[in-house]
Design a protein around this ligand. Structure first.
Ligand code: 4AD
Ligand code: MG
Length: 462
């Protein structure tokens, strides 16, 4: 059996050859004694033209009536077609039906809206758009592993069920085996989590960072790549309740090292996808985002911008009338602010650093001004934030007083504080939202269309 990808990658080798291919019928048409099937097997972003001839094919009349979506095995002879759009086709000598489809197969030959396709997430991988998106997703994931592996990073697996809230934003999905209607209660009437599965309250993780820091304090350079969960009630094209995050953590490193790593990683992944997925990228360039390829190539070959939060706010205040949300020193930048900064002012990806401590997490390193922390967000045109990171607070006393300000209980974080007690060193890391990166690479504008089975506020089909 030959995969369609093999045929297209070396057409000459198959000239006149007898071969067998398996796949799904994308389109089918016939005129009297001849029929044409466009067959897709998922191996390549291309369909193979299958020629059916009444004279040769014993079950010709059955096959030309197949519905789109049917699964078949074709045995036949390869004919090179140098004049046609595709370099070769296959003249069927036998066609075996593996699985029939029906006339109400939802993916008929016409352009379907992304909204409609979302309602059939189990079938949409069979469309050009989603075939391209999910292959780019797979290739980009591989590129990330390759990038870190080539640089000697250890891939660390951090837990999905956790007892701590890394970001302190309270957006956790609870994990419990207690009966919600009749939970055990303590003497003062509260739910008694000591009787729960883990003997305490637990949740799905919002970030693997804290455990990642433990691993970095042994291996020096680690990264995580796994699912994270946020019960954020934001119904936007950029937020999912379940998404994948890449979190490198590097010891003996500061914010500058962190930004260098992030910039190198983003450029590496963009180049790798452009190189490995030329057809998929050409498709996005034509149908979703004209100029996409040229723009990504430009990003790979130029430097990212850098501004401090304070500078960014000053720039945005000059055009504050454009925004729905107020912009002032101390505000949490909204997507509209982030996008304006990266799209209109900087016109490229931009690192924003040194945010006010009040709007950032407890673990970020306090700057000498006592007001800002060594945080960094990477903002990109079209999306806004795709990376959030920081240099971590390695000074035990400063970390403890910050936790006190935020009412975090020392005993809940004793293991994390141990990292500062036993050979603590400066270190830094960041989290890249994988779906946002895929949106950026493909030009697809809704996070629901880069996740195979999206979970968002109010929606968790399948
Ligand atoms: O900025 P965040 O919250 O940072 C952290 O979680 C840190 N602990 C990371 C670290 O320093 N190791 O999230 C990181 C990134 C964001 O920049 C965004 O790209 C993505 O994760 N993200 C989401 N993506 C999709 N849906 C959501 N609800 C997201 N929330 C964050
Ligand atoms: Mg963030």
């Amino acid at each position: 059996r030959t995969e369609i990808k093999q045929l297209f990658s070396a057409p000459q080798d198959f000239d006149g050859a007898e071969t067998t291919v398996c796949g799904w019928v994308r389109t089918i048409r016939d005129s009297k004694a001849i029929g044409f099937i466009e067959l897709n097997d998922g191996s390549a972003f291309k369909n193979l033209q299958v020629i059916l001839e009444q004279g040769t094919l014993s079950n010709f009349s059955e096959i030309v009536k197949l519905n789109v979506g049917s699964a078949i095995t074709v045995h036949g002879r390869v004919v090179l077609t140098p004049e046609a759009k595709q370099p070769l086709e296959i003249h069927a000598e036998s066609v075996e039906v593996e699985g029939l489809s029906t006339p109400d197969y939802p993916l008929q030959k016409k352009r379907h809206s992304l909204e409609f396709l979302r309602s059939i997430a189990h079938l949409r991988p069979r469309t050009n758009t989603f075939e391209a998106v999910f292959r780019v997703r797979s290739v980009a994931a591989f590129a990330i592993h390759k990038f870190f592996n080539e640089r000697g990073f250890v891939y660390a697996h951090t837990p999905l069920i956790t007892g701590s809230d890394c970001e302190g934003a309270g957006e956790m999905f609870r994990v419990t085996t207690l009966d919600p209607k009749d939970p055990p209660l303590t003497e003062d009437g509260k739910v008694d989590y000591s009787q729960d599965f883990f003997g305490k309250q637990t949740s799905l993780t919002v970030s693997g960072q804290l455990e990642g820091e433990c691993m970095a304090m042994a291996f020096g350079k680690i990264y995580t790549f796994g699912p994270t969960f946020r019960a954020e009630n934001s119904n936007t094209p950029r937020h999912a309740a379940e998404f994948w995050m890449i979190e490198p953590e590097i010891a003996f490193a500061d914010l500058e090292d962190n930004m260098e790593l992030a910039e190198e990683m983003i450029k590496y992944v963009l180049s790798y996808v452009l190189e490995q997925c030329p057809q998929e990228m050409a498709f996005f360039n034509s149908f979703y985002d004209k100029g996409l390829i040229e723009r990504l190539e430009g990003i790979v070959s130029s430097d990212f911008g850098r501004v401090t939060y304070t500078e960014a706010v000053a720039l945005l205040e000059k055009v504050k009338d454009r925004f729905q949300y107020p912009v002032y020193w101390g505000c949490d930048l909204q997507t509209e602010h982030e996008r304006y900064l990266t799209e209109e002012i900087m016109k490229r990806p931009v690192f924003v650093t040194d945010y006010p401590k009040e709007i950032k997490a407890f673990y970020m390193r306090l700057n000498d001004d006592g007001k800002t922390v060594a945080a960094v967000d990477l903002l990109v045109p079209g999306i806004g934030e795709i990376i959030g990171g920081s240099q971590r607070e390695e000074r035990l006393d400063v970390l403890l007083s910050r936790m006190k300000e935020l009412d975090l209980r020392e005993e809940d974080y004793s293991w994390y504080l141990d990292l500062r007690r036993f050979g603590g060193t400066k270190h830094a890391g960041y989290g890249l939202g994988f779906e946002r990166l895929i949106m950026y690479i493909t030009g697809v504008s809704n996070i629901r269309d880069v996740l195979p089975f999206p979970r968002t506020t109010g929606s968790a089909e399948y």
